[in-house]
Design a protein around this ligand. Sequence first.
Ligand code: CA
Length: 312
Amino acid sequence: MTRRMIIDTDTAADDSFALLVGLLHPDSQLEAVTIVSGNVDFEQEVENALITIEAAGRSGEVPVHLGARVPLARPWYEASAHGDGKGNHDFPKPRQQPSDERAADALVRIVDENPGEIDIVAIGPLTNIATAIALDRDFPQKVRELRIMGGCDNSVGNVTAAAEYNFYVDPEAADMVLRAGFDTTVVTWTLTLSHALWGEPMLAAIADIETDLAKFFTILDKPNLEFNGTVGIVGSTHPDSLTAMLLVRPDLVRASSRRFAAVEHHSDLTRGYSLFDDRPARNAPNVTVIDDIDAEGFYRAYCDLLKAGAKR
Ligand code: CA
């Protein structure tokens, strides 16, 4: 079944790989890309998204809307894992220009024109989604499904011991969005480490795929692989592409659970901590958390995408 989606992204490395799912998977119809402040410099994120659209052979076909340049209530906090987010490689200047319409306006308009039809894949800090709610309080009810990459399932984070990056960067937005009444599914950093970590043999097999798209993947993946090596993670991590893939490949989900989720935004020590409670009698569930996936199936599905290559 074709899913009509908007991808909200702080585009660097695995964000680009998620965009490729939206741009090229046969069951995806990507309506728009919205850019949010996160991983790398905002203008670099925009360029990375446009380069990815170019690499997919879809220049000019999917609009890119510029969104929040800072979190709701805090300064920008750069991620250290990505270099410039495009493999520190010099790509030709992309032909497509960004849209004049801002991200939050585009989110509200597209969803308003297609109530119950549009899925949002949110793979950066949740500032743009929170801003869309501020513009239209009925926005959560009109979105079909909201898929979020964020948080840790009561485990150690990747920015601090308490927090995963996306929720750490804009914890006010994350908490607001989780409580806003969307039909929400969360892919956590915890699931990523156990099920979307691709080691050297898997990456070598991708490097052997003879398409320009696989070469693009290998270039962009390298800084993440090198950074992970410095923090004891053996392989490259694929949280965003997993989040996008599970929308078009729901058969890859092996287990999920309904939970109450909220994000800490008062403390310094636990800023961005995601609380997931599986006791419905204590806290009414507001999200579905993906607990287990077919990890091998995800990898194979992604390889199939790279083998098929760019649209011609
Ligand atoms: Ca991201």
